[in-house]
Design a protein around this ligand. Structure first.
Ligand code: GRF
Length: 190
């Protein structure tokens, strides 16, 4: 199986990174992580990357004048890896046109709601406040509209009366770890 080159962007915990690392180890998975990028040098996910001998690049936004210059530098640093896919996995900076245009239809994101509902932050809190009976997670292409790109895969999760923000987060995250590798496989074998 051809292993396409993947870059993962993280800002924090890195549990989705971990699930993608596991998937990449399987012979029938069409991707291989070439680089893990983070805007946050203290992201705990970077430990996971290093434990798995993955290359890591961190770049502090505060050392740049603006998003344009920041992303220009990211693009330059990523060039040698010839990435076929970039997967945002808890990457907390919004990408601008610069980087999106440089990787057309090659950037994916995972979001903890059933898009197009509950774009943005604090999805589980808002879901509870609205007495929803189900929520879930979505893998989608990244375009310039936040959490607005074409949907690739979704998984529903039921909400019961005992659920809290925390318990919903756990249930949804469990499904994220399943659908993100699935969606990557779908995209890379298309
Ligand atoms: C996940 O809930 C994902 O849906 C959202 O950010 C969180 C990242 O978690 N985009 P982790 O860093 O992968 O553990």
């Amino acid at each position: 199986m051809i292993k396409h080159s993947i870059g993962i962007f993280i800002s924090g915990r890195g549990s989705n990174l971990n699930s993608i690392i596991k998937a990449c180890k399987k012979d029938d998975f069409p991707g291989e992580i070439k680089i893990v990028f983070s805007n946050n040098e203290n992201a705990t996910g970077l430990k996971i990357a290093k434990e798995n001998n993955l290359k890591v690049i961190t770049l502090d936004y505060n050392n740049f004048k603006n998003t344009e210059e920041y992303e220009e530098r990211i693009i330059e640093l990523l060039k040698p890896y010839n990435l076929q896919l970039i997967c945002l996995a808890g990457y907390m900076k919004i990408l601008s046109k610069k980087i999106i245009d440089n990787f057309p239809n090659k950037i994916l994101n995972i979001h903890p709601s059933l898009l197009p509902k509950y774009k943005g932050l604090n999805t589980h809190r808002r879901v509870l406040e609205n007495n929803e009976t189900k929520t879930g997670c979505t893998v989608h292409y990244v375009n310039q509209e936040m959490d607005g790109g074409k949907i690739i895969l979704q998984k529903e999760v039921n909400i019961n009366s005992e659920d809290t923000e925390r318990s919903i987060a756990m249930k949804v995250l469990r499904e994220e770890h399943i659908i993100y590798p699935k969606a990557i496989k779908l995209v890379l074998t298309k």
